[in-house]
Design a binder for this molecule. Sequence first.
Ligand SMILES: C[S@@+](CC[C@H](N)C(=O)[O-])C[C@H]1O[C@@H](n2cnc3c(N)ncnc32)[C@H](O)[C@@H]1O
Length: 347
Amino acid sequence: MDVEFAMFAREIMRRSPLYADLCAAIADTSDVLALLDAADVAHRRPVQLLAALHYQVLSDPAHPLRSQYPSTGGQPGPDLVPAALAACRDDADALRHLIAHRNVQTNEVGRSPLIMIGLSHLSPGEPVDLVDLGTSAGLNLYADRYRTTCVDPDGNTLATWGGTDPSLSCVIRSAGFQMPQLVTIRGRRGLDPDPIRSDDHDTLRWLDACIWPDQSERRDRVRAAIATAQSAPPAIDTAHLPGGIDATISAAHTGARTALVTSWVLAYLAPEDRIATIETFTRAIADDDAVALLLESPQECPDLPWPDSASGSRRTEMLAGRRTPSGHVAWEHLGTAHPHGIWFLPL
Ligand SMILES: C[S@@+](CC[C@H](N)C(=O)[O-])C[C@H]1O[C@@H](n2cnc3c(N)ncnc32)[C@H](O)[C@@H]1O
C-alpha cells in the first residue's frame, strides 16, 4: 500500500494538494496504512481511507481537522499532516469499521448535460423513459431539470434547459456542433445495489465524504442536486446488474421509448456481468426499440462494443446504441467527455 499511496500522491498533486500531502505522509507510516486491511482486497485503495477520515470530520463538530478541511469551512495549514495522522490513530477503531462496511461511492451530477446531449442525439425532440443503471443517489435522473447551459469554444450559447439548482455548464469543444432538438424525459427510474436515499442523512454524509474536501465546486453541485432530489425523491430499485434490468425497465415505463444509461458503472462489474449487461441492452434495443447511452472508459471496460475510434481510450467515451431502420443494433461512438461533464468533444 505504501507504493500505492506515494503514486496516488503524485498523481493528484494538482487536483487536490490537500490529499496529495496526506497520501505522501501516510505512505511512510505502517500503522495508518494497516487500517486498510479492514477492507476487502478490491477496496484497499487510498480513497477508501481518505473517505472514512473525511466522514469523521463531517460527523464530529469538534473534529480537529475541521479547521483544516475546506468542506467544513477550514483551510489547510502547516500542521495538517500531523493532525491527520493523529486523528487516524486516535479514531482507528471507528475508521476500521467504516473502511470495512462502506465503499467509496459518488454521484457526479456534472454528467447530466452529457446525458441530455447523448439522449437528444438518440431521440431528438421525443419523450423517453430514462432508466439509469448504477444510479447511486439517482441525481442524474433529473438531468433535464437542472439549470444547464451548453456553450461552444468561444463561449456562445448552444442550448439551455432546466430551472432548478444546481447550475451546470458544459463546453462543447467543436466549432460546428449542432445541438439536436432536446429529448423530453417522461418516466425516470434508477437501479443500484447500494442506493443512496435522499432522506437518509447518514448515507448522504458518506456521499459527501467521498468528494474530496478541496473540491468545492463538485460538493456544491451535489449538495444542490440532493436538495432538488429531496423535494421529489427519485425511484430507485435495489438490484445488481445484470439482473434486475427488466424489472426496472417495466417499472419506469410510461409508454415512451426506454433510454438505458450507465455512467461510470460498468467498470465496477466483473467482465461476465458486463458482457451480460450489454447483451440485455442489445436485446432491449433490438426487440423493443430502446436506446442506450454509455459513458464509460474503454480501458476499464474493453468488452463493450467500442468502435476503433474509442478502443483502448483511458478517457470517458460516449457510446450510443439504437436500432437501425433495417432492424440491426448499431453502436456509435459520439465523442469524448470530461469525466465530470465539464466539456464534451464530439466526433
Ligand atoms: C462511480 S459510481 C457512478 C454513479 C452514477 N452513475 C454517476 O455517474 O454519478 C458507480 C455506481 O455503480 C454502482 N454499482 C456497482 N456495482 C454495480 C452493479 N453490479 N450493478 C449496478 N450498479 C452497480 C455503485 O453502487 C455506484 O453507485
